[in-house]
Design a protein around this ligand. Structure first.
Ligand SMILES: Cc1cc2nc3c(=O)[nH]c(=O)nc-3n(C[C@H](O)[C@H](O)[C@H](O)COP(=O)(O)O)c2cc1C
Length: 407
């Protein structure tokens, strides 16, 4: 959501200004351009040199800057961008903004902008709870200005704690993504706006006893990338994830499960969905009788016999659902041989619309890796896609799914 976006970051004079340096890095890592504006107060806490070095941009500090103002700099700053983010936002800056005061560059930009504004307040709890601040926040919210935080915690002042800490940079990044996405939805630019997309991801763990389980090498990278791509295309996304090392994606409703049986009940509880993409590598079998206690060696030298039974088939259950089959149902086939034959047979048996087939033989490096080479198998034929990173594969699948839903 942040890739290619231009964000004016207003830094005001609070002790949390040092965190805005990390925030700049986080926004830039995600492909955003960050144009910094610093109040005079902010420059008491961190230097324009540090802000300029991290953002790799000119740092705007003065309303009366002859060089910037020859092309009406403050108006351009207010208009030519996708988002105005204030982090940290002081009580003073919020008060001035609420009342239309424009006596420095930051407040002039805020008065002139027609872009979404996101505020990350940071102040002492007494300042936060002051009736003046409460009133100012209401005024700003009524004007459509969005807030992230503040959080509860220890203050810089010794012995003080309460609500007032600036949210962590990663939370601010997630909130900025949500604001930018809402704006794109408002402008009708996202194809899956108003749609619900259900995605499964990762492996399942099938318990043998309280400490052991059967698993597979799925990392969840492709499934999680699909969830992000569907979110960025405007959908409400539910991600049902097996045990993975990945963080839950920002702004996405994520249900974590362990076994295939858990995944099936989570999936059923999330229907109806317009599109379901079943990317999880669900274990085909589970142990018939899970040991209630850790299974011990019995001294005979013989391993225990682990009888297996077949797990429920999640894709087939959804595909054959009488009333709640999604309009578009996409399965994944991870195979090490007879890729296309297996994918075609899966398509039919499970009543899916498409199967995304990939060869997961160890030499391909696909299982757990960052790249994927897939084929899209449908009743119309087989498409070979070139190797791409998993995020790009996800974007392409989501774009195709959105187009198919429209047909
Ligand atoms: C050490 C110190 C820390 C401060 N921390 C904060 C703060 O966290 N939040 C806040 O709203 N004001 C804080 N202030 C007060 C602001 O700096 C002051 O209101 C200033 O006028 C804000 O200017 P600005 O909003 O234009 O940046 C602090 C002041 C000092 C001296």
């Amino acid at each position: 959501m942040l890739n290619g976006k231009q964000i004016v970051l207003i830094i005001s004079g609070g002790i949390a200004a040092y965190k805005s340096l990390d925030l700049i890095r986080r926004l830039k890592e995600r492909g955003a351009r960050v144009i910094p504006v610093m109040t005079a107060g902010a420059q008491e806490f961190i230097t324009p040199l540090a802000v300029g070095a991290l953002s790799a941009e000119k740092v705007f500090t003065s309303l009366f800057d002859r060089e910037a103002e020859h092309d009406v700099g403050h108006i351009r700053l207010a208009r030519d961008h996708d988002l105005v983010l204030i982090a940290p936002a002081t009580a003073n800056l919020m008060a001035k903004t609420a009342h239309g005061i424009a006596d420095d560059l930051a407040t002039a930009v805020l008065l002139a902008t027609d872009k979404p504004v996101l505020v990350a307040p940071a102040m002492n709890p007494k300042m936060w709870h002051n009736a003046a601040t409460t009133r100012n926040i209401t005024i700003l919210q009524e004007r459509g200005i969005r807030f992230v935080g503040p959080a509860r915690g220890e203050m810089a002042e010794k012995g003080e704690a309460g609500v007032g800490r600036m949210s962590d940079p990663l939370e601010i990044v997630a909130a900025a993504s949500a604001v930018l996405r809402d704006e794109e939805i408002r402008q009708n630019r996202l194809p899956l706006a108003g749609k619900h997309v259900l995605i499964t991801s990762g492996p399942t763990h099938e318990p043998i006893d309280p400490v052991r389980y059967i698993a597979n090498r799925s990392s969840g990278k492709q499934g999680h990338a699909l969830a992000v791509a569907a979110y960025e295309a405007g959908a409400r996304v539910t991600l049902v994830s097996g045990p993975v090392d990945l963080a839950d994606p920002d702004n996405i409703d994520t249900i974590r499960v362990e076994s295939a049986a858990d995944m099936l009940s989570a999936v059923k509880s999330c229907l109806p969905a317009d599109i379901a993409i079943m990317a999880a590598a669900v274990a085909d079998w589970r142990v018939a009788a899970e040991g209630a206690q850790k299974i011990k060696k019995d001294g005979s030298g013989k391993p225990p016999a682990l009888g297996l039974v077949e797990n429920p088939d999640i894709l087939a259950t959804v595909g054959h659902h009488e009333s709640l089959r999604p309009k578009l149902l996409i399965g994944f086939a991870a195979e090490t041989q007879n890729l296309i034959d297996n994918a075609r047979s899966k398509l039919e048996r499970k009543n899916a619309d498409w199967i995304i087939a990939n060869d997961v033989s160890p030499e391909t490096g696909i299982m757990g890796g960052d790249a994927n080479t897939v084929r899209l198998v449908s009743r119309d034929g087989v498409e070979d896609w070139p190797e791409m990173n998993k995020a790009e594969v996800a974007r392409q699948i989501v774009a195709r799914a959105a187009a198919a839903l429209d047909e």
